[in-house]
Design a protein around this ligand. Sequence first.
Ligand code: ARG
Length: 476
Amino acid sequence: MSADKPSNNGEQKTTRNSLWGGRFQEPTDAFVERFTASVNFDQRLYRHDIQGSIAHATMLSAVGVLKASEAEQIIAGLEAISDDITAGNFDWSVAREDVHMNIEAALTEKIGSVGKKLHTGRSRNDQVATDIRLYLRDAIDAILQQLSRLQTGLIDLADQHAEVIMPGFTHLQTAQPVTFGHHLLAWNEMLARDYTRLLDCQERMNQSPLGAAALAGTSYPIDRALTAAALGFSQPTENSLDSVSDRDFAIEFASCASMIMMHLSRFSEELVLWTSSQFDFIDLPDRFCTGSSIMPQKKNPDVPELVRGKMGRVQGHLVNLLTLMKSQPLAYNKDNQEDKEPLFDSIDTVLDCLTAYADMVPAITPKADNMRAAAGQGFSTATDLADYLVRQGVAFRDSHEIVGNAVAQCIAQQCDLSDLSLADLQAFSPLINDDVFAVLTLEGSVASRDHFGGTAPSQVKQAAARAKQLIAARQQ
Ligand code: ARG
């Protein structure tokens, strides 16, 4: 076993069970103490833990379980501990297992034995269920903020470049010309759905488990509505057994986070392709790229690549959490302590990736000439020619065949459809007139897709305006 791994070989036994010591005949094994502790990763819940404890103490005094003076001392002590932790003046102890017992023990040290009354009518089971919900609710707010910032950058960029023409792809083969603004707004639509999905998740999880105690509720005359309201929850959870065991809100969040990362990975893939010298559609500023230690010419799109790579861990956390909950009997099981690391890492990762993208996207510079030149290759207006023939009275399947023949000839002659003369085109169909060249141009092609959701520059401008309005409505 490596030196930094916990082991019980020849170690001193330590005691931590002062919080439940009465029943125990021997101290906790030193290795088991470290193995079962969560304080190294759950200490980040401290603010929310103290917020929950203050609401609990306030309620206990309101219902007469604590004297007002006792609740006041407890609350002042908790606030002082919060300040100590924030200032870095707090010694976290593995012997005290987790964030809850560290704070509770510190409270008693600080204010004396009245601190021991805080845990009346609650358990760490409803306490931790409350803490994670409070923590996640705030984390979702922070993620929503970065999503809005990224969307705003995308929409502005789309608006500025509503007329820039690029090839649209299916199967990554040139399909039809589209506008760059239209392409950017496709990404915005994905993020807009991610936003509402997260809001929905946040609303569903926003119920207070506090008062469920260990699993069955408590015999004290508690007021669960009071603590729920004090903590900004919409209502108390309905069932005490479900309250302490449910982690489906964490799974739902991990699913929303995975969806965001999946979208960002698609986005990233395109940015990586577009910055390659083969595509050369955009430029990313140097500050978002890195060089190579060996190849002097390299400028690598590391930020998009890393974001694409980080999709893996967030998706992994989703599977982790689903598997953690699979087959767990009611009610609380210690397994649930394993919810935190995947949840925290999902939050951190999605927040970092969105922040990086929100910073980077407004700095994308499209290379309009290169995009336009690429759109001019690959017969991207072939469908426009087929549609022209349909307007001349040809059935679509027949026009598809006619244009296919014309494309085959262009491939043989190594030219584009728009390079063929009118006489060349009329050899394929006598119904073609000289007005055909208007539809064979890239500008004519995109301008003709002039309907709601279409790629015409005027539609992109309107779509960008609508998207901006939706974002503005969020901030009200
Ligand atoms: N650290 C624990 C967790 O994260 C807190 C709840 C412990 N409850 C218990 N009955 N052991 O789940």
